[in-house]
Design a protein around this ligand. Structure first.
Ligand code: GDP
Ligand code: MG
Length: 164
């Protein structure tokens, strides 16, 4: 079956915006995916000659206290590590690095799955040195995108399909 790409990250970093950009409205028929979990949204995506399934792990959002957010993120990251072939870890370039990001990165670094670090909300590429702080997550080179504007999505997808 098709490779699975899971999008994980804090609430409000732009996971659903990225998901919508990748799948363009093509929601997947979830019955075709083994071990499907119902609190997630699945979509079909294509890049070059690669077809794959994308999961928005924030399918059920919540506005919890900080501790619940952390627990929810860890749960979603755990599921992604089990279920996905490639994990997109999305962080918020406008807000900068948070303690939650660091905790989830600690989990993802131990996954034996490829993780692509995505800095979203880079709406302007004039001063990208401010995003160098994300190297501290230990997940390699961050890929800077704007999901809302569609900037650098091609570069991101080139990186993703390398791992198929
Ligand atoms: P999620 O909670 O991680 O699924 O995040 P959403 O996709 O719902 O986005 C949260 C907010 O961030 C929304 O108001 C989006 O419009 C906004 N957003 C998403 N991508 C971008 C972006 O590239 N730039 C900016 N400035 N805002 C964005
Ligand atoms: Mg969402």
């Amino acid at each position: 079956s098709k490779p699975i790409v899971a999008i994980v990250g804090r609430p409000n970093v732009g996971k659903s915006t990225l998901f919508n950009r990748l799948v363009g409205g093509r929601l997947a028929i979830v019955e075709d995916i083994p071990g499907v979990t119902r609190d997630r949204i699945y979509g079909d995506a294509v890049w070059l000659d690669h077809a794959f399934t994308v999961i928005d792990t924030g399918g059920i959002e919540f506005s919890g206290i900080e501790n619940e957010i952390a627990n929810q993120m860890k749960h979603q990251a755990q599921l992604a590590m089990e279920e996905a072939d490639v994990i997109l870890f999305v962080v918020d370039g406008k807000e900068g690095l948070t303690i939650n990001d660091e905790e989830v990165a600690n989990m993802l670094r131990r996954a034996n799955k490829p993780v692509v670090l995505v800095v979203n909300k880079v709406d302007n590429f004039d001063h990208t040195e401010q995003y160098n702080e994300f190297y501290a997550l230990g997940l390699g080179e961050p890929i800077l995108i704007s999901a809302a504007h569609g900037y650098n999505i091609g570069d991101l997808l080139d990186e993703v399909v390398k791992h198929f």
